[in-house]
Design a protein around this ligand. Structure first.
Ligand code: BDR
Ligand code: CA
Length: 308
């Protein structure tokens, strides 16, 4: 089994991605490194623990950074609920996070699974950046990094130019994009191109399983919010990134390009700047996902909800 380490800020779409990972027969989730992002760290950790409990999986949860590396940032509670899980008032999990910091757990697990580790980043990149500053050799031991973040033609979701995960901690994103020689990137624009029909999602959520029931409840608010603003399709960013991670051959079209993170722009801080025309002479460091097989994507979600 491929060891899979997920850095995440759950978060409603993170939760769906985690259920997909738990359900995958070819991967074993070796840890959840938790960041602040969608909501504060206290909630993202509690949500991760609760999701593991509901799913009945025994996966260590490591609490990481409670704030971005340099600047404070606003969360996304308006999308995910004040607690990040739709404010349904669930009973907290009986389990607790590990004592080890997420950045240290990332490094330790990278040694334990050197050359085989699949690292999937679904939130702001603070923990991974910190791990890189502690040990710059980390990329040498990671077999593949799949990252949800960015807006490759500057159609951002949190500012006109920037996507939330990058905009929340641009300095951390800069550290990660500078250090990893190859990033499989599922950006916000790919998310929008792979919208899920609300009606279909509702149908999948009718599955008779604790996972589907819990997910139906925690996602209800954000699905309503999205239906009001964005119409017939629901955009589940982290789920698409996880599909790309679990079944890379489901990617129908990708393009390799150099990508850097804007740290200073007055209107563009946190933008992922892609050298589409290869004007900079920089080496390609990202494979940008453009098209993923919808049947595969939908199948992974449907099965993840029905399982357990
Ligand atoms: C990303 O930001 C978060 O709100 C989601 O969980 C996803 O990781 C989308 O921009
Ligand atoms: Ca996320």
């Amino acid at each position: 089994l491929i060891p899979l380490l997920i850095d995440t800020d759950p978060g409603v779409d993170d939760a769906l991605a985690l259920l997909m990972a738990f359900n995958d027969p070819r991967h074993r989730v070796v840890g959840l490194a938790i960041a602040a992002g969608n909501v504060g760290l206290r909630h993202t950790v509690a949500n991760a623990l609760k999701l593991c409990e509901v799913a009945g999986v025994d996966v260590p949860v490591f609490a990481g950074c409670a704030s971005p590396l340099v600047h404070e940032a606003e969360d996304a509670a308006h999308v995910h609920g004040q607690d990040g899980f739709g404010d349904i008032g669930y009973a907290p999990a009986a389990t607790q996070a590990q004592a080890e910091h997420a950045a240290l757990a990332i490094l330790r697990l990278s040694h334990e699974h050197a050359g085989r580790l699949l690292l999937v980043a679904l939130g702001p990149l603070t923990n991974i950046a910190l791990a890189l500053r502690l040990d710059p050799t980390l990329p040498q031991r990671v077999a593949r990094l799949v990252l949800m973040g960015g807006a490759v033609t500057a159609h951002g979701n949190i500012t006109p130019a920037a996507e939330f995960n990058i905009a929340f901690d641009p300095e951390a994103a800069h550290v990660v994009f500078s250090a990893f020689p190859h990033i499989d990137l599922a950006d916000w624009e790919a998310t929008v191109a792979h919208g899920l029909l609300h009606e279909e999602v509702v149908d999948w959520l009718r599955a008779d399983s604790p996972r589907a029931r819990f997910y139906e409840a925690i996602s209800r608010r954000t699905r309503e919010w999205s239906a009001d603003r964005r119409g017939a399709y629901w955009h589940s960013a982290d789920a698409l990134a996880m599909a790309f991670a679990l079944q890379p051959d489901g990617a129908v079209e990708c393009v390799d390009r150099p990508v850097v993170v804007e740290l200073e722009g007055r209107h563009t801080r946190g933008a992922t700047v892609v050298d589409w025309n290869r004007q900079t002479g920089r080496t390609d460091n990202a494979r940008v996902l453009l098209r993923y097989d919808p049947a595969r994507f939908h199948g992974l979600i449907r099965n993840a909800l029905a399982a357990g």
